[in-house]
Design a protein around this ligand. Structure first.
Ligand SMILES: *[C@@H]1O[C@H](CO)[C@@H](O)[C@H](O)[C@H]1NC(C)=O
Length: 290
C-alpha cells in the first residue's frame, strides 16, 4: 500500500494586483518582464503582469508579438509607446486604472486589445487599429457610444462591453461591424435596445445580454419585442444562459432565458412565447397588445 499522498488544501488567496508592487521600484521598466515563446500563438510573449509599472517598458525585444501589461499602474497609454515593437499583435492593458487610451499613431498590425477592468469613462478613439479582431472593454465606466463608434474597426470579430454604464445606445452604435461574430452587452443598465441596433451585424453569432432586465417599457415596445423575438428565433443556437456559481461559471444554451421584464403581467415570460402580433401566445390572445 502506498502512503497516502499528502494533500494540502490551502485556500487560494484572492488574486490581487498588488502582489509584486514592492519589488518593482528598484529596476528599470521592462527588466522584470518574462520573455518567452508562446507556443500556441507562435509569437514571442513579454509578460509584464503585476510589476507595479507606471510606464510602458521601452526595452522589450523587438520581435515581441504579445505584450501582457495587466495589473499595473498605467493611467494613460498612447500607442506611441509601442511603435518600437513592429510585430505586436496582442496587447493586454487590463486592471490598470487606465483613464485614457490614445490610438495615435497607428498600430496597423494589432489584432487583440484588452482594456478591460479599467477606468475609461468614454470609448477611446479607435482610429489607427485597422487590423483589430478582438476588443475587450469590459468593466469600465463607458456611458455612451456615438453612432458609428466602431466604424474604423472593419475587421472586428469580438467586442466585449460587459459591465459598463451603457443606458441608451444609438441605433447606429455598431454600424460598420460587418464581420462581428460575438457581442457582449451584459450587465449594463440599458434602458433601450433600439430597433435596428443589430441590423448591420450580419455576421453576428453570439449576443450576450446577461444580467439585464430587458428594457421594453421605455419606447414603443411592440416593434422591439417582435424584432427581438424574430432575432431569437433565427439565432436560437447562439443564445446562452450563464449562471455564476461559486466554483465555476455555467453556460447553457437556452433561448428561453431571454425573458420579459415588463409590463408586470408578462414578467418572466420568455420572449420566444410571443406571437407575431406580439400578444402572448397560447395563454390568452386577447390580452393587451404590448
Ligand atoms: C504572467 O505573469 C504573471 C505574474 O508572474 C502570472 O501570474 C501569469 O500567469 C503570467 N501569464 C502568462 C500568460 O504567462
Amino acid at each position: 500500500m502506498s502512503a497516502p499522498r499528502r494533500k494540502q488544501l490551502m485556500p487560494l488567496p484572492a488574486l490581487s494586483c498588488l502582489a509584486l508592487l514592492s519589488m518593482a521600484g528598484a529596476v528599470g521598466p521592462g527588466e522584470l518582464c518574462q520573455i518567452k515563446m508562446n507556443p500556441i500563438k507562435d509569437r514571442n510573449q513579454a509578460n509584464c503582469t503585476r510589476l507595479g509599472l507606471s510606464r510602458v517598458p521601452s526595452q522589450l525585444p523587438k520581435d515581441t508579438g504579445i505584450l501582457l501589461l495587466g495589473c499595473n499602474h498605467l493611467v494613460s497609454v498612447s500607442t506611441s509607446s509601442f511603435q518600437y515593437l513592429p510585430m505586436l499583435v496582442d496587447l493586454d492593458l487590463s486592471h490598470n486604472g487606465l483613464k485614457a487610451f490614445h490610438a495615435v499613431p497607428a498600430l496597423p498590425r494589432l489584432q487583440e486589445l484588452v482594456l478591460s477592468h479599467n477606468a475609461l469613462g468614454a470609448l477611446p478613439s479607435l482610429q489607427g487599429l485597422p487590423a483589430l479582431l478582438h476588443l475587450g472593454l469590459a468593466h469600465n465606466s463607458i456611458q455612451d457610444l456615438a453612432p458609428g463608434a466602431f466604424r474604423s474597426l472593419g475587421e472586428l470579430q469580438e467586442l466585449d462591453l460587459r459591465g459598463n454604464q451603457l443606458r441608451r445606445l444609438p441605433k447606429e452604435a455598431f454600424a460598420g461591424l460587418a464581420v462581428l461574430r460575438n457581442l457582449d452587452l451584459s450587465n449594463n443598465p440599458r434602458e433601450e435596445l433600439p430597433l435596428g441596433l443589430l441590423s448591420e451585424l450580419e455576421a453576428l453569432e453570439v449576443l450576450r445580454l446577461l444580467g439585464n432586465c430587458l428594457p421594453f417599457q421605455r419606447i414603443g415596445s411592440f416593434p422591439i419585442l417582435a424584432y427581438l423575438r424574430d432575432w431569437i428565433t433565427e439565432n436560437e443556437a447562439s443564445i446562452y444562459y450563464q449562471e455564476d456559481g461559486l466554483e465555476k461559471v455555467m453556460v447553457e444554451n437556452d433561448a428561453e432565458s431571454v425573458r420579459c421584464d415588463s409590463p408586470a403581467q408578462y414578467r418572466g415570460t420568455p420572449v420566444l412565447y410571443f406571437t407575431q402580433s406580439c400578444r402572448k401566445a397560447d395563454i390568452d390572445p386577447s390580452t393587451t397588445t404590448l
